[in-house]
Design a protein around this ligand. Structure first.
Ligand code: SP5
Ligand code: ZN
Length: 346
């Protein structure tokens, strides 16, 4: 398998996220990716490659709005322009347009713009965020291109993660939606029916939103029930898609505390939907925060279970792009990710 990793990932290293009225240390840290790379040195799964350049803007615009990309590209400079002392701080949003507010008028105030293009105060933006996110998108696109060129599997090993990022918003530690970019690249490469299967603990709200009105990309997500779990405001079972996309989104929410047998049975439902759709290629949004030791999540999968997850998904027999999403038990995330890959290729 070809593995594209992001050489610029550590340029995105948030310091703090807002939690219960306090700023607490970020969970989404550079060490996460380094642990996966270390485990891949111990247990090689294929060629380790890096993209040579940021993606063409036109490929990002297939998934994200032009004004959102313009904002991300200039956000750090805008933040420092507000006050040069800001250069020593991360930027976090603190005000958002909710129901009834205007989202069509771009405010001049930087804090207001941050809120317009985001949905939480847990996703800090810093000097290297845009460079890191762009190179991460390049990894996802390179992985899709490799599959289009005939590889059975390719892995985009990158951070920041992507599945919470929507057409024009960041949040949930995500800025550019790597899984959606890969799925769109597969479509643009001529594959008619693409499925995205999201196994991160948190609902893949960004990916769902991007494809919600489309019948050519099936989105399926297994996740903690949004009635109690982040991102709270999307991911319910009755969200089935709209317009042309009606019937092409499947949410499988599970209660906090769900164990492996129940999770695996739910995975079979997800895989049945992918088969029923007649998918010709798969994007697997691989969050490892379903692990029992994850500090911010509530499922109880064990390290050994990830091999079976990979094997069950491999039984689809589909060309597959894997993107690295969540997983915050930093010391174990490398073993868990490589176990998943091992199951996929076995
Ligand atoms: C990609 C991904 O997995 N994003 C998840 C974003 C979750 N953000 C909210 C997490 C709430 C953190 N709670 C802190 C618990 C401290 N013990
Ligand atoms: Zn997650």
């Amino acid at each position: 398998m070809k593995i594209f990793h992001n050489p610029l990932h550590a340029q995105h290293a948030g310091r703090q996220e807002m939690y219960r009225g306090r700023l607490v240390p970020c969970h989404e840290v550079p060490d996460r990716l380094d642990h996966v790379l270390n485990e891949l040195q111990r247990r090689p799964m294929g060629d380790l490659l890096t993209p040579n350049a940021a993606p063409e803007r036109s490929r990002l615009e297939r998934v994200h709005s032009a004004r959102y990309l313009d904002f991300l590209a200039s956000a750090w400079d805008q933040w420092v322009a507000v006050d040069p002392a800001n250069a020593a701080l991360d930027a976090l949003p603190s005000v958002w347009p909710v129901r009834g507010f205007r989202a069509d008028v771009e405010p001049e105030n930087f804090a207001a713009r941050m809120g317009l293009y985001s949905f939480d105060a847990g996703t800090p933006l810093m000097a290297g965020t845009w460079a890191a996110a762009q190179m991460g998108a390049a990894c996802a696109l390179a992985a899709a291109d490799a599959v289009l060129a005939g590889e059975r599997r390719a892995f985009a090993l990158t951070r920041p993660p992507g599945h919470h990022a929507g057409p024009d918003f960041f949040g949930g530690y995500c800025f550019l939606n790597n899984a959606a970019l890969a799925a769109q690249a597969l479509r643009d490469g001529g594959i008619e029916r693409v499925a995205v299967l999201d196994v991160d603990y948190h609902h893949g709200n960004g990916t769902q939103s991007i494809f919600y009105e489309r019948a050519d990309v099936l989105t399926v997500s297994i996740h903690g029930d949004p009635r109690t779990e982040y991102p709270f405001f999307l991911g319910h079972a009755d969200e089935r898609g709209a317009d042309d996309g009606a019937g092409f989104n499947l949410n499988l929410p599970l209660p906090r505390g769900t164990n492996w047998p129940t999770w695996r049975a739910t995975l079979q439902r997800a895989l049945d939907a992918v088969r029923g759709f007649g998918a010709q290629a798969l994007v697997l949004a691989a969050g490892l925060d379903t692990f029992e030791g994850d500090p911010i999540s509530g499922f109880h999968l064990r390290s050994g279970d990830y091999q079976q997850v990979g094997a069950d998904i491999a039984a689809l027999g589909l060309p597959t792009v894997v993107t690295f999403e969540g997983g915050y038990a930093v010391a174990e995330v490398g073993v868990n990710a490589v176990n998943l890959l091992q199951g996929l290729v076995a």
